[in-house]
Design a protein around this ligand. Sequence first.
Ligand code: DSN
Length: 432
Amino acid sequence: MQYKPLSQADPEVHQCIVDELSRQRNGLEMIPSESYASPAVLRAMGSIFTNKYSEGYPRKRYYGGQVNTDKLETIAIERAKKIFKVDHVNVQPYSGSPANLAVYFALCKPGDTIMGMDLKQGGHLTHGCKVNFSAKYYKSVPYGVGKNGYIDFNQVRAIAKREKPKLIWAGATAYPREYDFKAFAEIAKEVGAFFAADIAHIIGLIISGVHNSPVGYADVITSTTHKTLRGPRAGMILCNGNASEPLKPTPEITKENIPTLIDKAIFPGLQGGPHEHTIAGIAVALKEAQTNEFVESNRMIIKTCKIIAEELLEDGFNLITGGTDNHLILMDVTNKNITGQEAETALEKINISVNKNAVPNDPRPPFSPSGIRLGTPCLAMRGMAEQEAKIIGKCISETLRNTNNSQIIEKNQKIVNELCLKFPIYSGREVE
Ligand code: DSN
């Protein structure tokens, strides 16, 4: 069979990829949930493993021809087990939301009470937001943050004692501080709940030892693999204990049975054939995550984030919790007489991508919230360090204080362009 290169086979799609590559190269990506997958990860993901059906798990499949998929999936599993020092890993979730759905499916019955951080206070949709399956099929009793923006553990404990949830989640999408997994575990134990930690945002920080780990505290840990892990868009579930034979009936919902319950929830409970090409990308990302370069880059994510936070604080910006411990900043911009949407648009003009975001107890509507969320994973991955963080902090501050001043916009656009040229991404032809 004769194949044409993509540029000839489908010039329209090829052009979209070329244009997106140019956008990524020429702008500063500061949406904290984004990252750059390496060319090796991209290569693995775009491989011929996409052709293969492999329902089941290594050595227990429903289709033949699994000699290479078994080897591949086992490599990914073993790498994750080694990194996190856990007994059991499932690398088949299609992404973070399906991974979380599997936790519910494994550990709860419809109608059970579940508890996660309120979306309006920084939590994730799948942790019990009222428009999501997690609140439609379960009774959601959310917790939030205190006046200082930090998770209020007195409130978490009080709600847990009152509502007796079956499952408590730690993890969020817009929380700028370190999570106290031990405190969550203690509360879960007090009320007899399962404790799930969703580490999607901070997985790279945990691997690099710059954020504490939920291993040893959480009964089950979920993550995406495309945020600070820098892998493909997918998910992963980690736990301790051993899974029993998948062909046996689903066991009782107990802590000891979690590995089996999770495996059965993913397949055949929720998903069909695993995306082995994506699992190939996860395996490569997990190998890269064991390098010094990965660890150093994650250290730099936090350092640069703190520097940008300091610059913004100096100029009177209102940072939720007054700063950051991790890779992201959540900032209420209304004291500068702009909305989150206006801030996002102004920064887009200087080629910095951030996202508008609600702040805790936001009086404004979700489509036009009071804040923005920004972060440094992509900056550090480009090799930017303290000096560049200072420059970027100043650019953001000046732009947001002068959203209608075209000269200032132009000046900062130039600074951003120069930084992008000095710290290129995908500079070879390997991803074109
Ligand atoms: N949408 C992701 C984020 O941006 O944080 C969470 O799923």
